[in-house]
Design a protein around this ligand. Sequence first.
Ligand code: B12
Length: 270
Amino acid sequence: MIGCHYQTMYRRVRSGDIPALVVGGTYRLRRADVADWLVRRDAIAGAVAGRKERDWPRQSELMLKHLLSGDTDAARRQIDRLLGGGASAADCCDRLFAPALSEVGRLWREGKIAIAEEHRAARAVEGLLERISAARSKPGPRLGTIVVATAAGDAHALAALMVATGLRAEGFTVHYLGAGLPAEEIVELAVRERADLVALSCCVPEHEGLRSAIAALAAAGYETIVGGRGIGRTETLALGAVDYGGSIGEAQRIARDRIRQVAAATDSVV
Ligand code: B12
């Protein structure tokens, strides 16, 4: 009737999942009870299968295809499907867009796509990130206020927008300033908005703008966290940032940790 090993049934009976009666040293089960249990077992197996890990490499390939062909409607439908299925903002950034954009960068570097096609892909991702932000931003009490930007000399706004999207989804108030901000502008806004933390993204190998921004922020009493493919942990910390992250998931974790530490320090002073 069930097609499983008798020990499996024995365990189910012993654990109380299926009612049984011991008659003369053997277990007797009612057919109706076993049928009920089968229905419950299949429902649980179905739910587990539904929750199983998404095939992110395949999703990212599909997104790349939409980005390269300029099919923003198909890209939007894909994002809506993923969000409807419970995908997180961080996973969409780290596992969907980042690999797809990396491939766009490779094709561009090798002269296989034109600069206009790369721009079209980047612009489409910006729109999709706004969509994710709208769908995933957490209502309710704020965890803290974070200013997000890239420093002067770095025109790559997308990674910073991903950081902003991920932090909004986590429950932070985020002031996203876009790319190429002079140090004094970042500081001024951080002061005006009473920021708890500043997050800077870095995609280029020249770090003068980043160095000035971290120094100016530290002088004004602000902690900076940094991430991005243009810089590594050691160099980031040498520039005076308090932490480095290599993904949007890490940006969320670091921001939570820093703000918890700041709150604990303030409490102990009070
Ligand atoms: C789109 C793009 C552009 C667009 C940007 C448009 C926009 N609105 O952002 C434009 C056309 C402006 C551009 C310009 C240039 N670009 Co460009 N660009 C890219 C491309 C294709 C995608 C960038 C991107 O958004 N990546 C996606 C992000 C999300 O990936 P990521 O950086 O790895 O970020 C992840 C993590 O690092 C982390 N993270 C990122 N930031 C932060 C921050 C914090 C706080 C934390 C915790 C984590 C974190 O989370 C992210 C998600 O997982 C990349 C290729 C690539 N491989 O990325 C090249 C790339 C970044 N560009 C490159 C170059 C060389 C240039 C130019 C110099 C080209 C030129 N000759 O003019 C100029 C630079 C101009 C300037 N001064 O900034 C190089 C950089 C090489 C390097 N780092 O040494 C790359 C890697 C391409 C390549 N392989 O050559 N570019």
